[in-house]
Design a protein around this ligand. Structure first.
Ligand code: HEC
Length: 197
């Protein structure tokens, strides 16, 4: 008789705990389902906005007027496939920031990169009496610009990238390559060239 009583007590205790566990599981399920719903609602609201602001790069499609009159920042020579000689020019905002060491560059900064093939100059060599002179030949590798506008070009570090061959803007595929490489200099506001005094 005592044994039966003990068994009944154990059995009912087990039933109670099974019911409790079931309820607990059900509650968890309901909770996680409502969490999912909330998350997907947040995603719906945030989705389209973040696409526009962060994922679609915008490029410079018009040549900044008067750039050929801008002042010199520095020069560079690229070998390899580029094989050119280049000049980096800046508009007034750029030159002021360079000279005063202002970083990040202010809104309205524009930096241009011009390039030419590097050719020997027979005329100059005659004057020197030996072959030693190289000068800028025909234009090469297009003209490039970086335009600072933090809102407009938010998706590419605040800089708009432009590349023009004979006045015509390059395709988006070309322009998409600019930011990933310049990003290496993120700590210097994405600009490689230092001011050559
Ligand atoms: C593989 C890396 C790489 C890619 C891709 C690249 N650049 Fe540059 N860019 C450089 C380096 C390095 C310099 C500095 C030396 C020089 O001018 O050759 C530079 C210089 C510049 C400058 C002068 C300012 C500065 O940062 O020194 C401009 C403007 C510029 N690039 C624009 C562009 C544009 C526009 C594109 C895309 C069409 C582009 N770059 C693609 C590496 C790159």
């Amino acid at each position: 008789m005592k044994n039966v009583y003990v068994s009944v007590t154990i059995a009912s205790a087990l039933t109670v705990s099974v019911v409790l566990i079931k309820q607990e599981l059900l509650a968890q399920k309901t909770n996680s389902r409502s969490d999912d719903n909330t998350n997907s609602k947040i995603a719906e609201v945030a989705g389209p906005k973040s696409n526009n602001a962060e994922e679609t790069p915008i490029f410079v499609t018009e040549i900044p007027p008067g750039y050929r009159d801008w002042r010199l920042v520095s020069v560079a020579r690229e070998e390899g496939a580029l094989d050119d000689i280049r000049a980096i020019l800046g508009n007034d905002v750029a030159i002021k920031a360079y000279r005063e060491g202002t970083r990040p560059f202010p809104e309205g900064t524009i930096i241009a990169r011009l390039a030419w093939s590097l050719v020997p100059s027979e005329e100059n060599n005659k004057a020197f009496g030996q072959a030693q002179s190289f000068v800028a030949g025909p234009k090469k590798n297009g003209v490039q610009f970086m335009v600072k506008n933090s809102l407009k070009y938010a998706s590419t570090g605040g800089w708009g990238y432009g590349h023009f061959d004979n006045g015509k803007p390059a395709e988006a595929a070309v322009l998409k390559s600019c930011f990933p490489c310049h990003e290496a200099f993120k700590g210097r506001d994405f600009i490689f060239t230092d001011y050559a005094p």
